[in-house]
Design a protein. Structure first.
Length: 314
């Protein structure tokens, strides 16, 4: 039963959600145009959730990821407004994200502080930093090819099938899957999440693993911020507010354990699609925002309950 829930549960859940909304609103939900919109909306959450997968598998948590995305949009827009080239601005934004991750990892590993407390503090601090850098307003930057990452494809580029930002998410997902399943660092991440004391006894440099995990996760959150900028076309210090809940829920729905030691990239992508499909479907049903928030909260509680059920059966 546990194996079925872990491997097939997320996929069955996605199929059920898609079929439900397709049956309720076939003309609005079950269309190619709406499918493309859902892929665009999923790209941001899924990219950040890839990093969150590493964090949760290692036995940690990151509540500041939404603030990191907002800070990345402001950083990118500010650099572009100062005349930086799009590529240089994007790379610098991702590098800044990695630095933030090193800071979080250093506080967690070096000072032995609980990840929940550290990232809760960073949640407010990074959001405030984003507002300060932006002067508490939106940052407008010159149009560049970055704006095309998450826009519908023109007819002459239909051969791409999906926008470049979606392909970027897929490539990053492959890279993270290889990292987690086929590298020494990946095995150390799994070992640290399964049992940190045992991992230390086996010679794993647990503190270094934690710093690397948070650095990679924050760099991926910055990439998600670049995609969010492409979607919004401005640097917005108030964006992604509450998105950390969708990101964490996507990882847990996908089969990762909040206790650490288990998780998969494929499951995370499915979880992200479920969260997007629910939000999109509720919109198509013209449900008010408060109903959507209740549904999202119920999904998060259900995901945690399923995780507890899986661990109890092991």
């Amino acid at each position: 039963m546990t194996t079925w829930l872990t491997r097939l549960g997320p996929l069955a859940g996605l199929a059920a959600v898609l079929l439900l909304f397709a049956a309720l609103r076939p003309a609005q939900f079950a269309t190619g145009a709406n499918a493309e919109i859902m892929l665009l909306q999923t790209a941001v959450v899924a990219t950040a959730a890839l990093g969150m997968t590493l964090v949760i598998v290692s036995g940690g948590i990151d509540l500041s990821v939404g603030s990191q995305i907002a800070l990345a949009t402001v950083t990118l827009a500010s650099l572009l407004a100062r005349g930086w080239s799009p590529a240089a601005a994007a790379l610098a934004t991702v590098a800044c994200g990695a630095v933030v991750g090193c800071l979080i990892g250093g506080l967690v590993a070096g000072l032995r502080l609980p990840p929940f407390i550290v990232t809760l503090g960073m949640w407010g601090g990074l959001r405030g930093l984003a507002k300060g850098l932006a002067g508490e307003t939106m940052v407008v930057a010159p149009t560049s090819w970055l704006n095309d990452l998450l826009t519908s494809l023109p007819p002459d580029r239909g051969w791409l099938l999906v926008p470049p930002g979606v392909w970027l998410t897929i490539l990053l997902a492959v890279a993270v899957a290889v990292l987690l399943q086929a590298t020494v660092l990946g095995r150390h991440i799994l070992a640290t999440g399964s049992s940190e004391p045992t991992a230390r006894l086996c010679g794993v440099a647990v503190d270094r693993v934690k710093i690397l995990v948070y650095a990679i996760a924050s760099a991926l959150a910055a990439v998600a911020g670049v995609l969010q900028y492409a979607y919004l076309t401005v640097g917005d210090p108030t964006t992604a507010l509450g998105m950390e809940l969708d990101i964490i829920a996507a990882v847990v729905i996908g089969g990762a354990s909040l206790a650490g030691g288990r998780g998969s990239v494929a499951g995370t992508l499915i979880g992200a699609l479920i969260m997007t499909a629910v939000a999109n479907g509720c919109t198509k049903l013209e449900l008010p925002n408060w109903v959507q928030e209740i549904v999202t909260g119920a999904i998060i509680v259900a995901a945690v309950a399923i995780d507890r059920f899986r661990r109890r059966d092991e």
